[in-house]
Design a protein around this ligand. Structure first.
Ligand SMILES: [Ca+2]
Ligand SMILES: [Ca+2]
Length: 230
């Protein structure tokens, strides 16, 4: 199966004036797979969005508070949260005291079943790439996790951090070599599924944020924050 990879090239300059091309892999730029804002109360909004993201499908699950009877306690004012993809941002809004969990999957098909990406995130076998996430802004602390499933899920590694709020755009690099291996042997030359998980990290929920792009790159870019996955 052909994998839709969109290669972009950036150039880095060494201190000696040499120039070399560094290929970056665009995982998602949110310019396609648009989806309307659908506020939910204590529920799960589970949808797929076809487009030019890696694997051709973005599968999202927005979970608001707990579903079921306990919701009348945890969200007694029946407030809402929503996710929306507009060109070119994925936007999450959460109302007063609403706690969200957003799961974004790549490597699933239209029926939300596994369809391995067989994605090589290495650069010539080296684990020197970073998962680079660009945010537009974030108003409260958000817990963020990247989970990489390799070899059809027989290996797994992850990076989990709390992101600090910022009213300005900010970009964070998550170096592959800082990910914690949770299962098997990490083989970033065969990444089959990618999960991005965002969870309210504030004491009263209510978080809002927007993501602009997800790429994998080895380029070191001034101004980009570097996470150590802890
Ligand atoms: Ca595979
Ligand atoms: Ca809010």
């Amino acid at each position: 199966m052909a994998i839709r990879l969109f290669l972009v090239f950036s150039f880095i300059f060494s201190g000696f004036g040499f120039q070399s091309a560094v290929a970056a892999i665009a995982i998602d730029n949110f310019r396609t797979g648009l989806t309307p804002r659908t506020p939910i109360v204590c529920n799960v909004n589970d949808t797929v969005q076809p487009g030019s993201m890696v694997g051709g499908i973005r599968h999202t699950r927005l979970i608001v508070n707990e579903a079921g009877a306990s919701c009348s306690v945890s969200n007694k004012y029946r407030q809402t949260a929503s996710m929306q993809v507009r060109p070119s941002a994925l936007i999450v809004n959460s109302d007063f005291k609403v706690f969200h969990r957003l799961e974004v999957f790549y490597g699933h098909d239209e029926l939300k079943q596994n369809r391995p990406l067989n994605l090589d995130l290495t650069e010539g076998g080296l684990n020197n790439r970073r998962i680079r996430i660009a945010f537009e802004a974030m108003d409260l602390v958000e817990n963020f996790n990247i989970v990489l499933f390799m070899k059809d899920g027989s290996a797994r590694s992850q990076c989990s951090i709390n992101l600090n709020p910022s009213t300005n755009p900010f970009t964070v690099d998550f170096p592959l070599d800082s990910f914690g291996v949770a299962l098997g042997d990490a083989d970033y030359a065969d990444v089959d599924y990618i999960a991005l998980i965002f969870q309210s990290g504030s004491a009263m929920g209510s978080n809002d944020f927007a993501v602009k792009s997800v790429t994998a790159t080895s380029a070191i870019t001034p101004g980009v924050l570097i996470s150590t996955c802890s």
